[in-house]
Write a protein that binds this ligand. Sequence first.
Ligand SMILES: C[S@@+](CC[C@H](N)C(=O)[O-])C[C@H]1O[C@@H](n2cnc3c(N)ncnc32)[C@H](O)[C@@H]1O
Length: 203
Amino acid sequence: MGCGSGALAVLLAKRAKHVHALDYSPAMLKRVQENAAFHQVNNISTICKDWYESWDAVPQCDVVIASRSTLVDDMQAALLRLNQHARKRVYISYPANPYFVDAQVARILGREKQALPDYFYIPAILHAMGIYPNLSFIEYPGPLADTANFDEFLAQLEEGENLGESQRSRLQAWYDADVDRAATGGEPIRWALIDWAPPHTQE
Ligand SMILES: C[S@@+](CC[C@H](N)C(=O)[O-])C[C@H]1O[C@@H](n2cnc3c(N)ncnc32)[C@H](O)[C@@H]1O
């Protein structure tokens, strides 16, 4: 669900009998088809589908995946949908670093209000459904990694920011406080990977 250009769908299709790739964006589904043709994969069907419309015609599958595509208004309804369409296993990933940059840097940039709900509400909802999920994390360096000095760090950041003088000096203080940490960009990008057996297989 929310397959994007099909990076996972195409890889999985090489190891699966069939893959149904769902997204609400026809442009993305076209990319899936192009991607599949490029990799000579012919067992993917695309389905143009929104999280919020009826899934009655969506087939049940052994495994259902929603990777980086679960920013929905009603998580419980979405999880129920995934359960209903999975025979054996559901996998989802959700941001575990709500700012996509280091939390202290995000605060200096004034991004607190843009934070997403914490990933941990998903295990909490699953718990209320009587489900015991696995939880692990996928991490990789953030967009501010690999800068050699503060000027490079700032240049990297200023691409999308209009920084004031006070923000620059607070960032400088953050950078100078731990140069090794700063060179890695601070906290990595972190995704929670949550997987579980849908309830009908747990009985
Ligand atoms: C960040 S991409 C992830 C793509 C892919 N799953 C991956 O991990 O590489 C999020 C995808 O979710 C899709 N998406 C966002 N909101 C959606 C919605 N309401 N219904 C269906 N798809 C949606 C977008 O079109 C986009 O392709």
